[in-house]
Design a protein around this ligand. Structure first.
Ligand code: 13P
Length: 250
């Protein structure tokens, strides 16, 4: 059984005080949740403070980016062990916003994925097609390349412990969610590709859906066989909405 994971990607939002007060509320609101893993991914500057606030809570901490080198002259970058040091157990890699605005490629995604694993972090590797690619009917081709190149060269054991996030670019921040059927179709495809690469790891790897997930659509998405959770932007910034997402089965 794959434990559902509800992950909040806060993107470039919330000051340190805002982040800490959100976590205080979150802890009270979801204290009794056992069957869903909860993850928050604040900005780098809030990681340490959020980690302190998360003590005695089952919710986990993740970062939104990472660099693959351990240390050295890389101005502005953050290494895997620095993220561990700040209390992270997860890191989002290759988000479409990073691919689109900061030149990330499947090659850099793979370097970051391997560096994260080596440091004991769980990577959440993001894949997804643009609207143009969907309209050209090349969604599967794009996803296959992103999975095969971005998540290449892992051991089966490493492969089963990572997380993949399918985030169709046209559904991010647009209010236009993929239908549960559209999402399931791609999730099933990702698991098929992953089976060719890593055999039985495909049954264990969790595949999250991301793109305008909200309290109204979450339960229908989560009913699908290959959807193991959500990677949520906008709706993870408001405590009432995020709590509803975490309690999707109620
Ligand atoms: P929204 O939930 O705001 O569409 O963002 C999705 C996303 O990019 C999560 O990583």
């Amino acid at each position: 059984m794959r434990k559902p994971l509800m992950a909040g990607n806060w993107k470039m939002n919330k000051t340190i005080p805002d982040a800490v007060s959100f976590i205080k509320e979150l802890k009270n609101t979801v204290a009794d949740v056992k069957d869903v893993e909860i993850l928050v991914c604040p900005t780098f500057t809030a990681l340490y403070a959020v980690n302190n606030e998360l003590k005695n809570s089952s919710a986990k901490l993740g970062a939104q980016n990472i660099f693959w080198e351990e240390k050295g002259a890389f101005t502005g970058e953050i290494s895997p062990s620095m993220l561990k040091d700040a209390g992270c157990s997860y890191v989002i890699i290759g988000h479409s916003e990073r691919r689109q605005y900061f030149g990330e490629t499947d090659e850099t995604v793979n370097k970051k994925t391997k560096a994260a694993i080596a440091a004991g972090l769980i990577p959440i590797v993001c894949v997804g097609e643009t609207l143009k690619e969907r309209e050209e009917n090349i969604t599967f081709k794009i996803i296959e390349k992103q999975v095969k190149e971005g998540i290449a060269n892992l051991s089966v054991q490493e492969a089963e412990n990572i997380v993949i996030a399918y985030e169709p670019v046209w559904a991010i921040g647009t209010g236009k969610t993929a239908t549960p059927e559209q999402a399931q179709e791609v999730h099933e495809f990702i698991r098929k590709i992953y089976r060719q690469m890593y055999a039985t790891a495909a049954d264990k790897v969790r595949i999250l859906y991301g793109g305008s997930v909200n309290p109204c659509n979450v339960s229908d998405l989560m009913k699908k066989n290959d959807i193991d959770g959500g990677l949520v932007g906008g709706a993870s910034l408001k405590i009432e909405d995020f709590a509803k997402l975490i309690n999707f089965a109620k």
